[in-house]
Structures are given as C-alpha cells and as structure tokens.
Design a binder for this molecule. Structure first.
Ligand code: ARG
Length: 444
C-alpha cells in the first residue's frame, strides 16, 4: 500500500521500475528525514495544526526512530515506496491518528529536498574535514622536502628545476581553491526548501523561517518554485565541486604513477603499500594510485551525468530527479575514500635525494645559465642564443648545485604560511558549528 494509494494499486512492473534502486539511497537519507519531520511537526504545532500533546507524541516517536536508525535497526519494508512513507507508516502504526497528521502542509517533493540538503551539508562537512587532513600532510611534506630538487616538466619533457617542496605545496594550495567551489555547493545546500510542498506552497500559514532556524539553515529559498528548482541545481554544483577536488587528486595520482616508474625512480613506497604480480616476481605496482586515478576520473564524469538527467525538464517536480541520487551518493563516498587513501599513502612516501646532481638532468639548468649571463649584462636574447649553441655543440656544463629562486611561490620561497592562511580562511567560511548546534537541540 502506498501513502498516496486510494483503492487501486500499481502493476508490479510499474512499482518495481519506479522504485528502482531508490531504497538503497533512501536508507542513507533516513536520519535526515526524521530531522526534517521533527522541524515540520514543531512548526505545525506552532501554527495550531497540531496540539502540544500531539507534537510531543510525534517528537518522541521520531526520536525513537532516529535511535533505531543509529542502531542499524531501521529498514524500508518491502512494498513501501520510500523512506518518507516508511517513517510515516511507523508513526501511524505505533501512535495511530497523529501519525497521519504529520504530512499536513508538506509534500514528498519538499520532504526529499530537505533530506537531501541536510545530507549534502553533512557530506560536505566530511569532505572538508578529509581535505583539511590531507592539506596538513601536504604542507608538512612540502616543508620537509623543500630542499629536495627534482626536474620540472612541460610537454612531459625536461624543463626547469623544481622541488618536492613545490610539488607537494601545489596540491595543498589547490585544495584551498577546491574548497571555494565546495563552499558554493554548501551555500545551496544550506537553504531551506521546506514549505514549498509540491512546489507551489500551501494554504496553511506555514512558518518557514521557524523551520529554517530549527534546521540550522542559513537562509530559505523564498520562492517556492525556486525551492523546487534547486533540486538538480544543488546536485550539479556539488558535482562540479567534487570534480574539482577529484581533478586535484587525479593529477597527484598520475604524477605518482609516473615518478614511481623505474625510468624516473623519484619516489617509492614500502612494499606493503604496493601490489605484486601473479607472474612477474619483481613487480611493485602502484595499484592504489591507479585506482585513485580511475575513481577521480569517474567523479569528473558526474557533472555531465547530472546535467544530462536535468536536461529538458520544465518547472516543477519530475520523477527524473530521483536518479540524481544514483550519481551523487556513490561519488561522495568515492571521493571521501580517494582523499583519505591519498593521505594514507603519502604518509609513507619516500623521496630520492640529489636527483638533479646527475648530469643526465643538466639541461634543466639552461634557463639558470641564461639568467646568469643576463645578470652579467648580456641581453636576454643573446644569452639565450649563447646557451642554446653551447647545448647544441654538447658544450653545456652548468653548476648543478646552484639555484637562486627567491620570489614568492618559488623553490626557495614556498610561502607555506600564506598557503596555510588561505586554508584557514576557506575553512572559516563554512559555518558547521551553527548547523551542528541546531540539529543537536532538535534531537535533544
Ligand atoms: N523518491 C522520490 C524522489 O526522490 C520521492 C519524491 C516522490 N514524489 C513524487 N511526487 N512522486 O524524487
């Protein structure tokens, strides 16, 4: 029996096709569904649609379900369409009539939206925390290896001197920028859609500011149609933000695979972090980083999948939106594990020292040589030609121990403190404490 069913049910085929994989993801939404219902019931009591006693019964009942969810005892029963129906069925089964009153002034369309926004806020908070830990490690490695030089490449060809300090630090600063995109996704997730109901509001005098405060949202989507249209926009923004972080990790993973290659041999990992071959006894493969590379590429495909699901939809709710969960939820989990595995692996990275003292790498010092001549008064274009000719005639023997990079962000001046400041500013922009304390008082 569906909550919307009057007399005639659906054909089994229609039921299973429309429900699809949704229960898998709705289980994840369960605690947030309960929180949304708690706020809605409080509001219904405030505007006189529930008595104080009815509200108390619902709050106790919802708190009980919340505990069951935490203990892993909650499930969506076979034949029940979704998490929203399951919670309402449980309340009605346990407390009778009052369970049937909870849905006044609301639709599953705004209910699922609230659930999703609360879930995304929590997921973003986890992603930020994982990123912060990886960031700390990257900065630590950057400082530790600031004197360890390596070749820098352009076109995958030897280019100029670089360093592990610069390399690690690049991903640390990159993460601070990725958090800027994630903040945009957080802002969209942090707006209350509750009260938009099916998408056109309600004739009850709903107090939307009240539920906004109860759920710790920073604001509400005022226009009810816009509130509904935020489903999809929120996911697309989150998908792009996750793709940004995935892009940063992907580059790092790709570099690691290259630098571990025997022709490079710049870095290595303890044997128990690499994988072997069933036939070649010498193998120490970078499977973890290869999988991070593939998974982060999968994540970078999500904005496209999300955008296509949203294509051609007119104003208002569409069942199409349900499938966004199948794209976004697994991507969140995958990204979290890619960030934490990157940190797990980097804790054990070993860096080869003195890479650039090998004469094999002498050409990466060509620009140093040109610049030295410029400092002696030779015009740049002439100095360039002079060094170029020396290289052509194999007469080029630079001092491979001398480097003098001092400007901001260069090998000799990593600006670690400035990068750390950027992270602090990026983290401060998220107001997770407000969210946490609002939800805590709701559940008390
Ligand atoms: N599972 C549905 C979704 O994710 C819940 C909302 C159903 N609303 C409806 N009008 N059929 O979109």
């Amino acid at each position: 029996m569906k909550i919307w069913q009057k007399a005639i049910g659906n054909q089994k085929e229609v039921e299973s096709f429309t429900i699809g994989r949704d229960p898998e993801f709705d289980i994840i939404l369960a605690p947030f569904d309960v929180l949304g219902s708690m706020a809605h019931a409080e509001m219904l009591a405030k505007i006189g649609l529930l008595t104080a006693e009815e509200n108390q019964t619902l709050q106790n009942g919802l708190r009980e379900i919340y505990k069951e969810i935490e203990q892993g005892k909650f499930e969506i029963a076979p034949g029940v369409e979704d998490v929203h129906s399951q919670v309402e069925f449980l309340l009605t089964e346990r407390y009778g009539e009052v369970g049937k009153k909870l849905h006044s002034g609301r639709s599953r369309n705004d209910q699922v939206l609230v659930d999703l926004k609360l879930f995304y806020r929590a997921a973003i908070s986890d992603l930020v925390e994982e990123s912060r830990e990886l960031f700390e490690l990257l900065l630590e490695l950057s400082e530790k290896h600031k004197g360890d030089l390596m070749p820098g490449y352009t076109h995958t060809q030897l280019a100029m001197p670089s360093s592990f300090g610069l390399w690690f630090g690049s991903f640390a600063e990159g993460l601070t920028e990725d958090l800027g995109l994630l903040k945009a996704a957080f802002d969209l997730s942090n707006k209350n859609p509750l009260g938009s109901a099916a998408g056109y509001g309600s004739s009850f005098p709903l107090d939307r500011t009240f539920t906004t405060d109860l759920l710790g949202f920073s604001d509400l989507h005022h226009n009810v149609i816009n509130a509904q249209n935020s489903r999809g926009k929120t996911e697309r923004t989150l998908a792009f933000a996750m793709a940004g972080m995935a892009g940063t990790l992907n580059r790092l993973a790709d570099d690691v695979c290259l630098f571990m290659n025997q022709h490079f041999g710049f870095i290595s990992f303890p044997d128990d972090l690499t994988t072997g071959s069933s036939i070649m006894p010498h193998k120490k493969n970078p499977d973890v980083f290869e999988l991070i590379r593939a998974k982060t590429n999968q994540i970078q495909a999500v904005p496209n999948a999300v955008s296509l699901i949203l294509t051609n939809s007119t104003t208002g709710y569409h069942r199409d939106l349900q499938l966004l969960k199948e794209e976004i939820f697994p991507a969140i989990d995958s990204l979290k594990s890619c960030i934490s595995m990157t940190a797990f692996m980097l804790k054990s990275i070993r860096i080869r020292e003195n890479i650039l003292s090998d004469s094999f790498y002498k050409h990466v010092f060509s620009v140093e040589q040109v610049n030295e001549l410029v400092l002696k008064g030779v015009p740049f274009r002439d100095a360039y030609k002079q060094v170029g000719l020396a290289i052509e005639s194999d007469d080029f023997a630079p001092d491979q121990s001398k480097l003098n990079h001092t400007h901001e962000g260069s090998i000799g001046n990593l600006c670690t403190e400035q990068i750390r400041e950027k992270m602090i500013r990026a983290l401060d922009a998220f107001n997770f404490n407000k969210v946490e304390s609002a939800l805590n008082s709701l559940i008390q």
